[in-house]
Design a protein around this ligand. Structure first.
Ligand code: ADP
Ligand code: MG
Length: 246
């Protein structure tokens, strides 16, 4: 893989906010069930990267998180593993066909390439569980996206526009959403998706921030991201910075 662990062992990590949980040193300490642990090993992951060591226990503990770490530092597994673990611990219903789907998790990323990578990781980690991830993005037909969603959807991954489209058509109800991930938040701003993110969090049925866990990831931390974090995250959110952030 592209992870250079020699570089990470001396990287600077900073967590701000009240009472952060202790970082884990290994995947064994992360509290993953056997199926997830096996899928992690099968992915060739031997030890967690810094954003995983700190991010996984923060998310497991239920706290909201704004995490800044450079591209290639392992942010995807940092949020997918604890979300999948918590979904399974809470006894998520096995996915099945229905005309309206009510996913427990929504993951947003700005481009089809980025959201598809997240989806493929989610499929890999959810292998052998009853959790069904689905991905939707522009460029494939809306009809196809909707058919995939209606087959069953616990984790809905999408680009902002296509997500809003499918939600607007009444195919996805948001009242069961417990986890909302805004990945590559800085790029979403650069690409003009701020109004779409606002519409998503304010969509009918979306639980208020007090009733969901919101996780934001970014490679940089400009003022606009701080502003969005203050708006979308609970006031006691934790702020994790790994390495040099622009
Ligand atoms: P980011 O989202 O921070 O840019 P990714 O989550 O896409 O980074 O991870 C970058 C690459 O490193 C991917 O190929 C991923 O599968 C791999 N990777 C992530 N975590 C680990 C790990 N703990 N051990 C080995 N490889 C990993
Ligand atoms: Mg990423």
């Amino acid at each position: 893989t592209g992870i250079n662990f020699a570089k990470y062992d001396e990287i600077l990590v900073e967590v701000s906010g009240a009472n952060p949980p202790t970082a884990v040193l290994t995947f064994d300490e992360a509290g993953l069930c056997d199926t997830l642990s096996r899928n992690v090993s099968r992915s060739g992951y031997v030890k967690p990267t810094p954003v995983q060591k700190y991010g996984i226990p923060i998310i497991m503990s239920g706290r909201d998180l704004m995490a800044c770490a450079q591209t290639g530092s392992g942010k995807t597994a940092a949020f997918l593993l604890p979300i999948l673990q918590k979904m399974m611990a809470d006894g998520v219903a096995a996915s099945r066909f229905s005309e309206v789907q009510e996913p427990e998790a929504i993951i947003v990323a700005p481009t089809r390439e980025l959201i598809n990578q997240i989806y493929l990781e989610a499929r890999k980690f959810a292998y052998g569980t009853c959790v069904r991830p689905v991905v939707v993005y522009g460029g494939i037909s809306t009809g196809y996206s909707i058919r995939e969603v209606l087959k069953g959807c616990n984790v809905l991954c999408g680009t902002p526009g296509r997500l809003l489209d499918i939600i607007g058509r009444g195919k996805v109800g948001l009242s069961k959403v417990r986890y909302l991930v805004l990945d590559e938040a800085d790029r979403m701003l650069d690409m003009g998706f701020e109004p779409a993110m606002r519409r998503l969090v304010a969509s009918p049925g979306m639980p208020p921030k007090e009733d969901r866990q919101t996780l934001m990831f970014s490679a940089t931390y400009p003022d606009e991201i701080q502003r969005l974090a203050a708006e979308f995250l609970k006031t006691d959110y934790l702020f994790l910075v790994v390495g040099q952030v622009g």
